[in-house]
Ligand binder design. Structure first.
Ligand SMILES: Cc1cc2nc3c(=O)[nH]c(=O)nc-3n(C[C@H](O)[C@H](O)[C@H](O)COP(=O)(O)OP(=O)(O)OC[C@H]3O[C@@H](n4cnc5c(N)ncnc54)[C@H](O)[C@@H]3O)c2cc1C
Length: 346
């Protein structure tokens, strides 16, 4: 079989890039190990505008969010919802109030509260909080929709890909019976462990999340304080997460489960029942400068990478998939801060 591009991995990156290439009339074949090692399957897919202890909006967020909203709405997986960031102390509350004066933050902040229970009597928000206009992305639906489309077209192989099995020449790439003009790695943090892009400064970080049932009243917003709780309706919640830079695997752990349950309970001003129905772990493909890795291998012109989406993959991926497809199909330059050429090969 001859195609234009062989894509390794069908997480968020591989799914959106495949769609962009197909939209430009290119042919693709995707090889994926059935999400055995997927960060996209574990993520809640939240889009939180102001983040971190300092409660800041990154410069690129408005542009990335606008583009993601448009593209993910077209794909039927964009779910707008407010995010209630509960402040941890007076200092953070003062920062929150200050942000309401910042022009670029204003479209994302719906309201700042100043006292416990002002927004919702059932929430333990001692120092008030900021209600933000956010969203979450239905990643499982996105990936299963794209997968169904690829399977129907005979464009997906379910297999574990080993870079050593691909024959890369100046003319293209051969893997099993597939001959492709080029190969694109979209295999998440696995590129940090082996293969042609291992030399890049990856900083993969493990995280865990729970799905649970609770007797707490459903809320119309995501709760956010040193973690998050996403209401899915009818007493079902997803909650997470933590950051771990060693023991990078997909194994959920008991201590984290206990921590996540404790934190979930701390969001409410009452005793809440919790029944955990799923506990998952994944590894975020983070990078040393918090920007994606996109572009072409320094010595293999037919080998490309689209990855390093980090903790905000849903915000980055739609616009970057579009720009990566323009780069691959029309030779349009990548933005410098995302082009992997910013890091010299070892
Ligand atoms: C706990 C947790 C919470 C998160 N929360 C959020 C959030 O709220 N919002 C947000 O925007 N982002 C969040 N993220 C980050 C987000 O998940 C990532 O940015 C994004 O999903 C990365 O997508 P990807 O396609 O690059 O990688 P992945 O999702 O890892 O996809 C890689 C794909 O390649 C496949 N693959 C890997 N190796 C091979 C191989 N050898 N052969 C074949 N196939 C292979 C995998 O099975 C997978 O399908 C979170 C991540 C974690 C772990």
């Amino acid at each position: 079989m001859q195609v234009d591009f062989l894509i390794v991995g069908q997480g968020l990156a591989g799914s959106l890039l495949a769609k962009e290439l197909l939209r430009r009339g290119r042919t693709v074949h995707v090889v994926d190990d059935c999400w055995k090692s997927s960060s996209s399957q574990v993520a809640a897919g939240l889009m939180t505008p102001l983040t971190g202890r300092r409660f800041t909006l990154t410069k690129d967020y408005p542009e990335l969010f606008a583009s993601a909203k448009k593209r993910l709405t077209e794909l039927g997986v964009f779910r707008p919802i407010e995010v209630y960031r509960m402040f941890v102390d007076e200092e953070q509350r003062a920062k929150g109030l200050k942000r309401t004066e910042c022009k670029s933050c204003q479209p994302f902040i719906a309201r700042v509260t100043s006292a416990r229970g002002e927004l919702d009597a059932g929430v333990a928000d001692e120092f008030g909080g900021a209600l933000m206009n956010g969203a979450w992305v239905d990643l499982p639906k996105l990936m299963s929709d794209v997968r169904a489309e690829l399977v129907a077209a005979g464009s997906l192989t379910e297999a574990s890909f080993d870079p050593a099995d691909a024959v890369v020449t100046a003319d293209g790439v051969t893997w099993r019976t597939i001959r492709a003009g080029a190969i694109i790695y979209c295999d998440g943090y696995k590129s940090a462990l082996r293969g042609p892009f291992k030399y890049l400064p990856w900083q993969p970080a493990k995280g865990e999340a729970l799905t649970l049932r609770s007797d707490v009243t459903d809320k119309p917003f995501i709760l956010n304080r040193e973690g998050w709780a996403l209401p899915l309706g009818q007493g079902v919640w997803r909650t997470g997460t933590n950051w771990q830079w060693d023991q990078l695997d997909e194994a959920p752990t008991e201590p984290q489960k206990e921590k996540l349950i404790r934190r979930f309970r701390s969001y409410f001003g009452q005793e809440v029942q919790v029944d955990v129905t799923a506990h998952v772990a994944g590894v975020r493909p983070c990078t040393s400068d918090n920007h994606p890795f996109m572009g072409t291998h320094p010595t293999q012109p037919r080998t490309h990478l689209f990855g390093g989406l980090g903790p905000r993959g849903t915000v980055w991926a739609p616009l970057m998939a579009d720009e990566m497809a323009d780069y691959l199909c029309a030779g349009k330059a990548l933005r410098k801060e995302c082009d992997l050429a910013r890091f010299p090969a070892a």
